[in-house]
Design a protein around this ligand. Sequence first.
Ligand SMILES: CC(C)(COP(=O)(O)OP(=O)(O)OC[C@H]1O[C@@H](n2cnc3c(N)ncnc32)[C@H](O)[C@@H]1OP(=O)(O)O)[C@@H](O)C(=O)NCCC(=O)NCCS
Length: 180
Amino acid sequence: MRLIGEEIIIRDLSLKDLNDYYEYAKCEDVGPNAGWKPIPDLEICKRVLSGNIISKDVFAIALKDTNKLIGTISLYNYGIRKYNKVKSLGFSLNKDYWNHGYMTQAVKLLIAYVFGKTDCEVLEVGHHSDNFASKRVIEKCGFNYDGRLCKYKKLYNGRLVDADFYSMTREDYERMKRYE
Ligand SMILES: CC(C)(COP(=O)(O)OP(=O)(O)OC[C@H]1O[C@@H](n2cnc3c(N)ncnc32)[C@H](O)[C@@H]1OP(=O)(O)O)[C@@H](O)C(=O)NCCC(=O)NCCS
């Protein structure tokens, strides 16, 4: 995978990303907002990164100029919808790079890839109901609101969260492209 945006690229992960991956994944403000525990040390980080490389579900978001990994974006089979042409989107970014529009760029690139290069018919995405930055990214990218699942999940730290879900169908995407 290699998708080129204005300031970022989406590419396959590599073990060379280890230090940059750890830099973002250890942060207390990143993982918990996406539902995962911050990674406590470099050794565990290497195992997580290796697993993600093998899974081929998770991609690096890197700065175009330097190739530094600043976050990840994933396409996986989550299973809320009982239909096999559905992919779920997940994303998170190094806190030092928040609010520069990078994730909006990354999500838009991945949407174009999903509907341009795969036979996926529905792309779904969700966020914890109190995650307003993620909500905003999802809205800016043109997803439609499906609804809220109350008491959706108990996080590793015991916090019980509601979650909001959104989707984009192939027809939605094609309609959006016509009006761009
Ligand atoms: C969510 C996240 C990926 C956003 O990445 P980003 O690159 O900063 O996103 P963008 O810059 O493209 O857009 C962020 C938008 O949210 C807005 N925003 C940021 N914090 C906000 C808040 N607390 N309340 C409301 N809006 C907020 C920004 O103003 C911006 O909107 P705008 O362009 O209309 O001004 C990043 O904050 C992150 O990694 N958070 C931790 C992990 C996470 O939550 N992952 C998502 C799980 S669903």
